[in-house]
Structures are given as structure tokens and as C-alpha cells.
Design a protein around this ligand. Sequence first.
Ligand SMILES: Cc1ncc(COP(=O)(O)O)c(C=O)c1O
Length: 371
Amino acid sequence: MSHSFGPDYIRAIAPYQGGKPISEVAREFGLDESKIVKLASNENPLGMPESARKAMAAVADAGRYPDGNGFELKAALTAKYGVPAEWITLGNGSNDILELAARAFVQPGQSVVYAEYSFAVYPLATQAVGARSLVVKAKNYGHDLEAMLDAIEDDTRLVFIANPNNPTGTFIPGPEVEAFLKRVPPHVVVVLDEAYTEFLSEEQRYDSIAWVAQYPNLLVTRSMSKVYGLAGLRIGYGIAQAGITDLLNRIRQPFNVNIFAQAAAIAALADDDFVKRSAQINADGYCQLTMAFDEMGLPYVLSSGNFVLVKVGDDDGAGARVNLALLKQGIIVRPVGNYGLPQWLRISIGLEEENDLCIAALKKALAETRA
Ligand SMILES: Cc1ncc(COP(=O)(O)O)c(C=O)c1O
């Protein structure tokens, strides 16, 4: 008789569905890899910055373990944000920090609050520790903070907020986030996931790092996978007061951030030109894509990230159908049926020519699938 291993709550987890890799699509559809356009994982279409590439090449010896405390990288973050090193946790991607937070603060049976149509890792991290998800209905595809406050129960230990949100791109103005922080019970840790914060416009920007000094229960997470172009290296960080940070650092792997990622991150953090150029390409690409959607009569959600959620049909097969028609043309985007959005696709913003190819393929796909 075969055993089923592990607790029920682990067996109940639906695996994370990422963007399809280029090589897999090439194999599956018999396409030339070099012709495939991937707009599926909210990566930086410029790739990694040259500054980071050079810093990686200068790593003396990867035969040694990396600095487990990330001294130099933390020094760079300290200089950038004016926070002490004791407030910083480095992660193997910011995903790592999200999981550490669930492991550090939530026991089996306790609850975690997050929004409908929010980042897929929140349910994963919650389920992995045997906790209960309190999923709060979205308002206009974004967070309903009032309802999230109401959802907090006595045993709630963690709230996840993504701002901007993925996969919808919605944005909560800073004053609303702060009003929320003021009202959350102080024993509940709030993870403010700002993976896309560098794409915000001047008018949208707010200072969440200043809030960290005021709210001992706030953990701000940032990613280096998006505007900094280091997705493949896996590097992100969390900023919180020592009461939170100390616990995260106790349970992380001792060497959770590799030697190349640390070197590249230090260089990328200082590369203001690259960040500025990336944000500009994103803003231009956003106009290009949304103008095309307007022309095609496709509804979309206003996005503050580096991607757009667009509705490609009115039936629940639409997302999957149009996605397949795009894959056949070598365009990889993200179907979001697993998020409960089967009529939509999430398209990451690419370079101008990539967006053009995507738009042309989308027109063709819609004509085919509607015929
Ligand atoms: C909202 C949000 N948070 C966190 C992440 C994790 O990114 P990473 O682990 O690459 O830093 C992502 C990635 O897509 C995201 O969309």
C-alpha cells in the first residue's frame, strides 16, 4: 500500500504556475527560440544592467560561501534608505521574505488576511504553514482596505498587501495605506509588498520606509527582479524594525543570498540611470499597449506596475483560448485563470518592438478565436 506523505494542508497546495520558459514554448510549438517574445513574468525587458554584469564578473571566488550576513549589500541599503542594518533581511528574491514572514509569525490554524486577485505566493506561504486564508473580496480589482480591516480575526497574525498589486496592477495611495496601518491591531504583522514600487510616478510615491520607524508591526518588502533587472539571480529584501527582522534572520537559510546576487545587487542599487531608463521604457510601453487595447475595444485595469491585465473575452474559456493562439505565434503572456480571472490575460510591458509584436499577435489571435 502506498503512503501519502505529509500533512493534508501541504497536499492541498496547488503548485505555483509561472510564466512558461522560452525554451519550453520553442520545443512545444516547434518555434525558433530567438523569435519568441516573453511578456509573462514581469521581468525587465532590458535584461540585467551592465553595471551588475561587471560586478558579477569581478566576483573573485565562488568556491567560497557568500557573506551570510550580506554586510556590503546591507551597507548599500543602509546608505540608500537611512535605516540600520539590524532592520534589513536579505532574501533569495523577495518571495523568500514573504515565506519567512509566514513561517516566523503564523502557527498552524491561525489566520492570514490578503486580497482576492492578489499575489499567488500569499496563499502558498499561508498554506505551507498550515494557516487559514481569509481572502477579502477585491474592490475594482484592487485591495479593499476597509474590508481587510474588518476581516482581521483574533487569531490573525499576518496581512499581505501588494502595492502595486500583481496581477491587477492596482495602486493604493500612500495616505490610505498609512490610515490602514494606524488601525491594524499592533500584534498583527503587515507585509507591505512593494515589488513594483520603483515604477510609480512622482505623484504616486510615498515613504513607506519612514513608516517602518513608526510601526513596529510593519515589514516592507522590495524586489530586485523588476526595475533592477536581476530576476534570475534571486534577490530581494525586507525592511522592518529589529523585533521583526531578528526573527526573520533566525529562520532564513544561513547563506540564502548567493555571492553573485549580492555583488550584482550592490551595483544595480547604485545604477540610477538604468532604473530611470527602465521606468521610462515601462511608461512608454504602457501607453503603447493601452492605446492598442483602447483601439481594439479591450477593457483593461489601470496599472501602476510593469504589466497590464487585459480582458480578452466574455466567456471563461477566453483567457486560455487567446493565450494558446498567442503561444502558437511565439508570444508568451500570462493566463490568470488560477487567480480567478479566466477572461483576462496579464501582459508584461516589453520593449517597443516586443509590444508591437504582441499587439499584432493579439489582433490575429482575437480574429481567429472569435471566428
Ligand atoms: C507582488 C509581488 N511580490 C513579490 C514578487 C516576488 O518577486 P521576487 O521573488 O522575484 O523578488 C512578485 C513577483 O512577481 C510579485 O509580483
